[in-house]
Every structure is written in C-alpha cells, then in structure tokens.
Design a protein around this ligand. Sequence first.
Ligand code: CS2
Ligand code: MG
Length: 402
Amino acid sequence: MKITSARVIVTCPGRNFVTLKIGTDEGVTGIGDATLNGRELSVASYLTDHVIPCLIGMDPQRIEDIWQYLYRGAYWRRGPVTMSAIAAVDTALWDIKGKMAGMPLYQLLGGRSRDRVLVYGHANGRDLKETVDAVGKYIDMGYKAIRAQSGIPGIDKAYGVGRGDMHYEPADARLPTNTVWDTPKYLNFTPRLFEKLRDTYGYERELLHDVHHRLTPNEAAQLGKALEPFRLFWMEDATPAENQEAFRHIRRHTTTPLAVGEVFNTIWDCKQLIEEQLIDYIRCTVVHAGGITHLRRIADLAALYQVRTGSHGATDNSPVCMGAALHFDTWVPNFGIQEYMRHTEETDAVFPHDYRFDDGFLHCGEAPGHGVEIDEKLAAKYPYDPACLPVARLEDGTLWNW
Ligand code: CS2
Ligand code: MG
C-alpha cells in the first residue's frame, strides 16, 4: 500500500483550521488536525514544503516508522510547529488504518476502558454575578464539570471571558490585542468567586479554573491554598512550566490538584512534572503533542505515577482533533477528564463528525477511523483570515504571560 497524495486544507469557518488529508492507492483517505492557533501557516508550510514530499510513496500502514522518520529524521526535534505537523500525519494514518480495518480508532488502541467520556465546559462572565449565572446554565445543560473564568474588577479583558455565550475565541485580531494584567486584583477576587459558586450550587459538580500561566510559583501556592475549601477538580497552568522545579514549591504548599500541559509538545516536556509527581493531570492533546502515537507514550508514563489525562479541547483544536481525542479518551486507562469547548455551527458543518454530547459526557462514534470528515467544498468558502492571540502587560507596561 502507498501514500499517493497529501494536501493541506486551510479554512476559516469562524476561526482558522489547518487540516492534512492523505490519500492512498487503495482509495482510502484519512485526515489529521494541524491547527496551531495564531501560527497556522507555519505548520501548513512545514507540512507542504518539508513533510509531504517525503510521504509520497511511503506505506501508510507503517505509522510508527513514519512517526520516527519525521521526528528523528528531521534532525531538528520537538517544538509546536514540528509536533503539530507530525500529529497531523499520525492522526491521518490512524484514520486510514481504522478505515482499512473497518474499526473505530479506540478498538485499534485496545478497546474501551469506559462507556463515556466526562467533559468540562467553559462558563464565563464579565463579572462575578454573570459568571455564577453562566455556571448555572452549564449545570442546566447537564454538565458535571465546569470551568469558571470571570472578568475581574479593575482588569481590562481578563483571560477566559468570551464575547458570546458559548464560543470563547481568544484569537481576535490581525495583530495581538493588548490586555492588562494585575495579579493582586486577581488573587483577591478568585477565591471569592469559588466561594460564591460553592454557596450557590453546592459541592456536587466539579469546578475547574485556568490561571493561564499568570502567577509566580509562590503566588500560585497562595492561590491553591486559598481555593482548598472549594475543592476544585484542578487549578490549571498556575505558573509557566518551562522551569518545572517551580512546581515543587506549589506542591509543598497546597493540595489543590494541579494540571499542566496544553503548550507541551513531547514526553520530554512533561517528564519531570510526571516523574516527580508534581501534577495530577497532564493536559497534552493529539494535535500539539505528536498525535496518537506520541500521546499514548505520555499517558503510559503518567500512569506509572497515577497522573491522569485531561486533554486540551479548546475551539482552536479542530473537530478532527476532538474526534481523535475522544477515541483516545475512550481507551486510555488513566483518563481524567476531557475539555470540551463547543465549535460553532459553521465549523461543525465543515467537519461532519459522529461524536455526540449527552448529559455531561461525550461519546465517540463507531464509524471506522476517528469518525471526522472534512467537507472540502464548504471549507473552500471560508478563506484563511489571519488572527493572533492577545498579549498581556502589567499596568506599568511590562510584558507578562498572556
Ligand atoms: C485554554 C486555551 O482551553 C484552555 O485551557 O488555555 O483556550 C488557550 O488559551 C488556547 O488554546 C490558546 O490558543
Ligand atoms: Mg488552558
């Protein structure tokens, strides 16, 4: 069997997505997500200019060997651009293998470990009251786990506050929007938000929160401690994780569970956090961490230390990533939770899929492969529209972590 074609499709049905489509001499095709928010064309070029010429003529059944070829063979390893490109190839090849076998992807991985996949949704509001109401709406929709992010008095454009009700999208302009960050205001406000949420809704639902890399290790330790009475499912990206030792300090001071990993691309990025048991959840996902082949290695390492998965599932990961992630979640023994930000109707129409939400859980479908397709005619109606993620500065103008 041979790969006879491979093409990158860039489309913007409300936001930009990069998709790789691989064709074979047996007529079977597969697709993979290659979207890297705000840096889309770099992955498109990596694929088109450097990867696709190597793929033509290869045997698509040799997923592992192709992965190694693209990783080791490039000499230049790791990083979000390389690993998203490899992920796209890997996901498309697993899709092809599933279609050849007539089996859904989770069966190829070893079969079900669970009947359904627990997800968390995103509730957010411009102030405390709106956020509390938004959490109520998610409870009414059946969610068992809800992430809460709120506008903060005195902070202009706080992280995580969407423009619409359901479709939070941070990449909003051709050049990065400036936002302002103020740590003391955030630290004063956030425990009050979770106190109010627990007073209003009790302790039955899981609550999550994303700090989005904004705090120093010591501030993160303070916040984790202050949030302990409200029993969070996790506190995410409490401090930037380039220096993984920083998490030792946070860990020593709080039992609030910690989650990290959406900006990680390989097992090497996660190694110390996992081996030293400095986190509870590893949040790498298919598209940014080298596809199913590599994510499986990360999850297996995590399992040795009772660290569970919590796949990143923002809207900038396309439905192709979500479909593949749900098969992974259905199989992976040490599953924790799956993030689920809904895509817009336009996006769902471009990427028809067979996964479905029901009563707080997502179910992957039974179609062979990962169960997501691309409607190329429709995709062509939505040309690429450059958009960047914002930047954050302190009030004195110092550049901070967005
Ligand atoms: C966020 C993301 O979902 C999350 O946890 O951290 O929405 C993140 O901001 C985006 O993926 C950036 O593109
Ligand atoms: Mg996050």
